[in-house]
Design a protein around this ligand. Structure first.
Ligand code: NAI
Length: 711
């Protein structure tokens, strides 16, 4: 794992090269091998200096997430980390100079190892990034990052760097004090070697700044006016942003606060305790599972039918240049595809292209894109009102008005022009795909691609299979979704598909609470404190109460006797039919939207939904808003709408901003334990009604003591 060589001038090179893996990672085996090599070099009198390098395209990607995901023995983890700290401290204090030659990306544990070297030189590699992404997976840098970074960068810059998980370029890392030098790519080892020889020639012990007499933290310590202000403001900001749902950034703050008031060895011991608390706790497990492993599976197209050759897309058609069509066209053109953007008139189509022009202008203004780059993207969008222009498109996505007959018409017109092997996709948000495919002469090539608004930004695409959609169509549609850089989940055709159906339960539970007399401010605050991006009433306003009402009315019509009325139906009917409060779009919903002031809850709500004298606890409201989503997700799995719990959790996080610290609707059940979840639902069913009654399969799972996920 570590290639070890000593050259004629006494420089030992310890080259990281994990066999069979695309990237170097820190785990028990690789660290043991590195420790052996380091001890050998330190003990060899012929060795004057140590050069740490990588044989891969990048330096080290970080800690091994498989190892971290499995970690549940706090004592073993703590012992392990103590060994790593001891090794890093030995490198720092043994006297021989140690340099890191960073050829590429250096993240997490890789950066921590680099910071434990006396000298760090990076290649001027435009792809290389430096950072501590641990916090984005519910962890903190546990190999000394929280102690060494602030001692190099200063407390405030280090706190931002550690709690935001940002990845910066080499030049910025040098500016921030993390690197000593950036040199032309390919010459980093030479530069490190030159420094080592010079340091060795000087004689004496090479030491880190914090091991030298008179060391001071750059910018001042904790007990300075600046330091105190940083922690006071930092705590408040963090609380506002995370509602204390995410322990990692809070623990990082504590590591730095406590660690900067003591020596580095004590600081490292403090860091270990906070790290072990995180790595063995549920939040990191949930975040690593959903945001890393499940997301990786989805992006690697784990559910793509095999044996279908990968399709490359060069030209697609977009029907409808409205809000969704313009966004999808923008995403595809940005990814390098030619887009024929068709609307009922050329002017409408031009408007869709103008939307792209505006977005590109903003990116140019922010120096994220060159003028030429923007012009090239824009030139790929071809507005038209002529169906003949769709000839040669490999895929056509339909996003015209949500109207069955209209959609049938544009499907027929399109199929008359496109090639026999082209795909047709509908972006409908509510109409079953199987029904829409009836207008198609080749339903096997007909599929649902449900984007989210704003389509150029939102990362998820819910792929919906009609009854007749072929596996090859699914495979090729998945290729398209990846080609435009989005993440797909695959669901079977059903009312509301997966995302709208489960997301809808959050809205309707919020409205049911209102109907029962729960204070509207309590309802929406509970939603946000639960980690949802917006409270349910505010969200109903955003998507429009009118739409909620329309969907409920349509569903009632379609299902007839089978329809189970919901409290939310009455609320929506009253708001829309009687009060004319349609939501944000008309300026009046559960909230008022004054032109010159912030939105605020509508004072008239109290008249129509009198507030109970005795209010439920915050915990009860949160429980209802969150458990109802998990229950509906399980129903989707049982009915075969969803085929995997991984898709459920990825779809929820990316689709409607479900809080990642809970893992996802299924991750939440897993965290509670199925038996506890079932017991809580039974209790809620007694109090609130049958919608909370858990299914037989959940009861069975609970009785068997089985879980949704192994970890
Ligand atoms: P929109 O009203 O902004 O755009 C629809 C566009 O279709 C308009 O530009 C209209 O001129 C054009 N159009 C109408 N008839 C046409 C025809 N015969 N030929 C060509 N173009 C025609 O609507 P929006 O919001 O973009 O929605 C479009 C579709 O996407 C709907 O099916 C909707 O349910 C679905 N959807 C909407 C989402 C949203 O958040 N708005 C999210 C996901 C899906």
């Amino acid at each position: 794992m570590i290639n070890y060589t000593v050259d004629s001038e006494g420089i030992a090179t310890l080259e990281w090269d994990l066999p069979g893996r695309p990237q170097n990672v820190l785990n028990e085996q690789s660290m043991a091998a590195f420790a052996d090599a380091a001890q050998k070099a330190l003990a060899d009198p012929a060795v004057k200096g140590l050069l740490v390098a990588s044989a891969k395209a990048d330096f080290i990607a970080g800690g091994d997430l498989e190892m971290l995901q499995k970690a549940n023995d706090a004592q073993a983890m703590s012992n392990n980390l103590k060994q790593w700290h001891k090794l890093f401290r030995t490198l720092e204090t043994a006297g021989k100079p140690v340099a890191a030659a960073l050829n590429g990306t250096t993240l997490g544990g890789g950066l921590e190892l680099a910071l434990a070297c006396h000298y760090r030189v990076a290649a001027d590699n435009p792809k290389a990034r430096f950072g501590f992404p641990e916090v984005t997976l519910g962890l903190l840098p546990g190999a000394g990052g929280t102690q060494r970074a602030p001692r190099l960068m200063g407390i405030q810059p280090a706190l931002l760097f550690l709690t935001e998980g940002k990845r910066i370029k080499a030049a910025e890392a040098q500016k921030q004090g993390l690197l000593h030098a950036v040199v032309a790519a390919g010459s980093e080892r030479g530069a490190a070697r030159a420094w080592l020889l010079e340091a060795a020639a000087k004689g004496g012990k090479t030491l880190q700044p914090w091991d030298q007499k008179g060391f001071r933290i750059p910018g001042g310590g904790v007990m300075t006016p600046g330091g105190m202000q940083t922690f006071m403001a930092g705590n408040a900001l963090l609380r506002e942003k995370t509602h204390d749902n995410y322990p990692a950034p809070r623990h990082i703050l504590s590591c730095v606060f406590e660690g900067m008031q003591t020596d580095i060895d004590t600081g490292l011991a403090i860091e270990t305790r906070y790290f072990v608390n995180l790595v063995t706790g549920p939040v990191a497990k949930n975040m690593i599972r959903s945001l890393f492993f499940f997301m990786q599976e989805a992006n690697k197209l784990a559910r793509r039918p095999k044996d279908v050759p990968t399709q490359k897309f060069t030209k697609i058609g977009m029907l409808g240049a409205g809000m969704m069509g313009a966004g999808i066209a923008h995403a595809a053109a940005t990814a390098g595809l030619e887009v024929v953007l068709l609307d009922s008139t050329k002017e409408n189509a031009e408007k869709g292209k103008a939307y792209s022009a505006k977005l590109l202008e903003k990116r140019v203004a922010k120096s994220q894109l060159s003028q030429d780059g923007a012009a090239a993207i824009l030139a790929r969008i071809h507005p038209t009102a002529d169906y003949a222009d769709l000839a040669g498109c490999e895929l056509v996505v339909e996003a015209v008005f949500e109207d069955r007959a209209l959609k049938a018409g544009v499907t027929k017109k399109t199929e008359a022009v496109i090639g026999a092997d082209a795909l047709f996709a509908s972006n409908t948000s509510t109409l079953p795909i199987t029904g829409l495919a009836e207008a198609s002469s080749r339903p096997a090539s007909f599929i649902g691609l449900h984007f989210f608004s704003p389509a150029e930004k939102m990362p998820l695409v819910e792929i919906i299979l009609g009854k007749l959609t072929s596996p090859a169509t699914l495979a090729r549609a998945m290729d398209f979704v990846r080609a435009i850089g989005k993440t797909p989940i695959v669901v079977n055709d059903a009312r509301g598909f997966y995302t709208s159906r489960v997301f809808g339960t959050y809205l309707s539970e919020g409205m049911a609470l209102l109907q029962e007399g729960v204070a509207p401010a309590l309802i929406d605050n509970a939603g946000r404190l639960a980690g949802m991006p917006v409270g349910p009433l505010a969200l109903a306003d955003e998507v429009s109460i009118e739409l909620v009402h329309k969907i409920a009315s349509q569903t009632r019509k379609d299902l007839g006797d089978q329809y189970v009325p919901r409290a939310a139906d009455q609320v929506a009917a009253l708001m829309v039919d009687k009060l004319g409060r349609l939501g944000k779009k008309c300026g009046h919903g559960f909230y008022e939207y004054p032109a010159d002031a912030r939105k605020h809850l509508w004072s008239g709500l109290a008249e129509h939904f009198p507030v109970l004298a005795e209010q439920p606890s915050l915990e009860t409201v949160i429980e209802r808003l969150m458990l109802i989503q998990s229950l509906e997700t399980v129903r989707c799995l049982e009915e075969g709408v969803l085929t995997s719990p991984a898709d459920a959790d990825v779809g929820a996080i990316l689709g409607w901003g479900y809080p990642p610290f809970r893992g996802g609707p299924i991750g939440q059940i897993h965290t509670l334990g199925v038996a506890n979840f079932v017991a809580a639902c039974d209790r809620l069913a007694e109090q609130c009604g049958a919608r909370f009654r858990p299914s037989e399969s959940l009861r069975k799972k609970s009785a068997e003591g089985s879980q949704f996920f192994p970890i």
